[in-house]
Design a protein around this ligand. Structure first.
Ligand code: PHE
Length: 344
């Protein structure tokens, strides 16, 4: 039996010596050491051995198993090393290759200006309100003291959807909506940014879709000096501490009196230049004291409270701030234009 074991070991070592890959190695492990392998087969004869022989043969069998296992371990380590070396050689990573840049998103210049304006008014205690872009004739016109057939409706050429529904032509309907929602409570102090629509032909200063920011304050004892002080503070935070404003009499059906507000030219400082058409002033918004009828239609008593309102064009402010010459740039979405605002 001892001879058979030694012969088995020699056969195994020879075959293992010739094994060229892990697959063959595994087959040999099964063939010699497996549960139904050759070693087990020989050891099955142990039962017929004498009590003295048994430990001796047992020892030999263990040595044979150990010798075969040692070679298998050594060879599989060798195969693993060869595999690692092969992969290192073929799967090279060029760590000097530049990385792929991840494109950064950026806010649209109009979004930035809206946020800036909101921050200024929030700092003065205003809340931000919103309203629908698809609006009823009632809120867009009637509640703003523009009854059907009123000639001033022609100031704002409209996109009608039905006789009664249109794309809002200004953010002023949010005045009425906010007052209704507050049910006569004071103080009411809101701004409302949003898109508005007018049937205009697009050109460097007109767009059929543009943005406005509406402002409304209603409280006891609100005076035109409050309007002026608020807008002066806004103009200085927006355009610089030395900016002046002036109010020019104007007309809006929903305010009385009404005023157009100019800022001293942010380009030339008021000396006169091409941008201000040599007047030294730039018109930036419409404003006025809320018309008593507008207050009463939306649930406020004009005998007890008063208010002021204003509405400004966001594109106009952005064009002055950034020196943009054509309003259409905001809507054609040329990335070369938009990218310029990515870091400002
Ligand atoms: N809604 C006016 C417009 O679009 C602007 C405005 C708002 C004027 C509030 C006065 C008060 O032209």
């Amino acid at each position: 039996m001892k001879e058979r074991l030694v012969a088995l070991r020699d056969d195994a070592l020879k075959e293992l010596g010739a094994a060229g890959d892990p697959g063959v190695l595994n087959e040999l492990r099964v063939k010699y050491l497996g549960k139904k392998g050759l070693l087990t087969e020989i050891l099955r004869g142990m039962g017929s051995l004498s009590a003295e022989e048994r430990p001796v043969i047992g020892q030999v069998a263990n040595d044979v198993r150990a010798a075969i296992e040692a070679v298998i371990d050594e060879k599989s380590a060798e195969f693993a090393r060869a595999e690692t070396a092969r992969r290192l050689a073929t799967e090279t990573i060029d760590v000097t290759l530049p990385g792929r840049p991840a494109p950064n998103g950026a806010l649209h210049p109009l979004t930035k200006i809206v946020q800036e304006i909101e921050d200024i008014f929030i700092g003065m205690g205003f809340a931000v309100a919103e309203g629908p872009e698809v609006e009823t004739d009632y809120y867009n016109f009637e509640a703003m003291n523009l009854p059907k057939g009123h000639p001033a409706r022609d100031m704002q050429d409209s996109f009608y959807i039905t006789d009664d529904i249109l794309l809002r032509t200004h953010t002023s309907p949010v005045q009425a909506r906010s007052m209704e929602a507050r049910k006569g409570e004071t103080p009411l102090k809101i701004i409302c940014p949003g898109k508005v629509y007018r049937r205009d032909d697009d050109d460097p200063t007109h767009s059929h879709q543009f943005m406005q920011i509406e402002g409304l304050v209603v409280d006891k004892g609100i005076r035109i000096s409050d309007l002026k002080g608020t807008l002066l503070q806004f103009a200085r935070e927006m355009f610089g501490p030395n900016v002046q404003i002036r109010l020019r009499p104007s007309f809006f059906p929903f305010t009385e009196p009404s005023a157009e507000v100019d800022v001293s030219c942010v380009i030339c400082g008021g000396k006169g230049c091409r941008v201000c058409k040599h007047s030294g002033w730039l018109e930036i918004l419409g404003s006025g004291m809320v018309h008593p009828r507008v207050l009463s239609m939306s649930g406020y008593d004009p005998e007890k409270v008063s208010g002021f309102a204003f509405g400004m064009g966001v594109e106009r402010i952005a064009m002055l701030r950034y020196g943009i010459e054509d309003i259409r740039h905001f809507y054609t979405n040329d990335v070369r234009f938009l990218r310029q605002f990515a870091r400002t």
